[in-house]
Design a protein around this ligand. Sequence first.
Ligand code: PSV
Ligand code: MN
Length: 389
Amino acid sequence: MTATAPDPLTTLGDLEIELPSWAFANSGTRFKVFPQAGVPRDPYEKVADAAQVHRHTGGAPTVALHIPWDTVDDYAHLRRHAEDLGMRLGTVNSNTFQDEDFKFGSLASRDPAVRRKAVDHHLHCLEVMAATGSRDLKVWLADGTNYPGQDDLRGRQEALAESLAEIYSQLGPDQRLVLEYKLFEPAFYHTDVPDWGTAYAHVVALGERAVVCLDTGHHAPGTNIEFIVMQLLRLGRLGAFDFNSRFYADDDLIVGAADPFQLFRIMVEVARGGGLGPGSTVAFMLDQCHNIEAKIPGQIRSVLNVQEAVLKALLVDEAALADARARNDVLAANTVLMEAFWTDVRPRLTQWRAEHGLPEDPMAAFAATGYLEQIATERVGGTQAGWGA
Ligand code: PSV
Ligand code: MN
């Protein structure tokens, strides 16, 4: 750290983590969804649950919406509801993966009628964003093929470029198009936006307000994700994260649960690349599903894990690191990094929370509120929201 570097805890205090509305809904695997008592029945209740996460962590003031899952009659009203709870509505995620018409593709379809419908869905999302006050339209596509020869790979890229260009042309001056890539699933042979390079090629062609979303679960095992973080920051195109953790594929588990060291390495590159602090435009979103654990505490734990990783990353002794690197002292450089990683930042965070009027132990404090028991009793009738409903 240089003498002029801001206090890490100040930087941490500015960090805003965005919560996914769908993390509060029922979710599962293709084998089984286990419903939980008290799960929200509408977007209003999802926002109320998200507000609990922010209240206990001080670090999660925005909720991302997924359309049509979070369709309401009056988005301005939902926005006021969020604001009344001390929250804001954040990224709007489009959804072209659950409609029969998109079976063979959406924005990358070579059928003009299908593409029209997919583009129109995104234009509708832009209307939603005007009412919610959202900056980012996040586009993740399930588009791809299952069998070699099934479709024209290049033709689909041209179709996709055309669709994205039309959507981009309708963005407001302060809005961004955020393109998310994913290696595979649901398509198994090829995906139309499989990697950061493809996403980058598309966003560069679109213009300055198009950026890339890096979902930490969307790479081949063993991929050096922090390298991609560094490169996208270097190129000025890291727009957002979808944080989660994985053991095998796109597991959508609690961020930092599977590999806290990887999360730390990612945050080191974010910090070094200017992705933290007041000037940053990187959106730090969670994209997780709590299939077997309670959802609100699952989100609280996730926010705490990100905060811990960020604080550790900010503790890297940059001067010592630069010195070791200049001397090609491999072991010394590695030691500097590991010292930061092994620092137990929990006492500092406890103190920071106390100083900011937050509960010292957010997990215990939330459990003590009885909120989970309360919503289990109160939220009877109606239909519980689910991933996909
Ligand atoms: C796709 O796997 C994805 O990561 C996209 O972000 C979707 O919008 C989200 O998951 C849905 O859970
Ligand atoms: Mn995602």
